[in-house]
Ligand binder design. Sequence first.
Ligand code: CTP
Length: 410
Amino acid sequence: MINPIADKRILLGVTGSIAAYKAVDLASKLTQNGAQVDVILTESAAKFVSPLSFQSVTGRKAYTDEDLWGGYGHVTHVGLGHAAELMVIAPASANTMAKIAHGIGDNLLTVTALAARCPLMIAPAMDVGMYGHPATQANVDILKQRGAVFIGPEEGHLASGLVGPGRLSEPLTILGVIRYQLSRGGKLAGCKVVVTAGGTQEPIDPVRMITNRSSGKQGYAIAQAALDAGAEVVLISGAAHLPVPGGARLVPVVTAAEMKQAVLEETCDADVLIMAAAVADFRPAQAASDKIKKETGVPEIRLEPTEDILLAVSEQKGRIGRPRRVVGFAAESQDLLNNARRKLQSKNLDLIVANDITASDAGFEVDTNQVTLLFADGRTESLPNQSKAAVAAHLMGRVGEWFQPPLSGT
Ligand code: CTP
């Protein structure tokens, strides 16, 4: 499974807004993700940011109205419009949205929008009053009815000093939506994949807790890889600090008990559960309702076991057949493969991902991982040390094989 942005021809339209500088970052991020990015600036966009800025990050020509009125005008817009696999206008001004909604083509950007046959995404940026104006709202409705996908605008402080909806979404957010849109129709289209990530937190008192070193990075990378494969993704996470991959539905949880409840609820109609979370095995039997004070002496904290979520899932799978497939993780510091194989069987898994947490460049917190896949049919597959994104892509490739040919019905 590769990044769906890679090798795509993306047309980025930039209009006159103070937020135009953010479009340079977006163009850069799209290029870093492997896209070929053609940029068209309107005349007013070019007053905020120069075509050269875009050319410098995309390595390709950035177009302005001079190219429309130059010798190759009629070829430029049709050529750009037809070559594009996705057209994104960010920032989109009220004026440009109005023109596109009403089929007006009076500059290179709007005439190219008329010529383009690809999906259109629009990230508006304008003052709150302009965005709320009935004319703008009517144009937004027209464009949405025609299938345009809107990203934002976000609420926030605007250049006018007012606060409200009108801010351009952050380039990373726009990138996530683009990645999501381009991945629909992938091998796991129609599949619901539930991924758990991060560690759980078990309270001792209102201030203190028992947790573990899981960063959630591997689970988030798996959620992204499942999205890239076209799946509908639910991310049940105790890692509140990480950015949620665009298109994933986040279910935030804190304790093992909350995670168990969320997993059972979300998997009763799911195709796959990938249990990458590091769930606490023990919790304080009684969390103190007030902060434990030093004066009362060193506390003795009695622990009790948490429930094993995968065992509960196995019971549910036996009862209702969902989730269809279950992938577990085994983080071990000794006897890796034997321990993992034992967990594969005892938790009734289809696949377990075993990783040795004693290696410095694998496991918790770092961006790389080295894992061995152990399948229920006895196959094993050792992967080289690689980025967590690459591990996730490989894993989702194997998961995708379970669902070929694609699922139909239920
Ligand atoms: N797991 C779970 N519920 C728990 C503990 C773990 O569902 N209460 C899941 C983990 O998410 C992981 C797999 O079980 O996918 C293995 O977790 P791991 O911590 O390696 O194993 P444990 O069963 O907890 O056994 P031990 O800690 O003794 O190695």
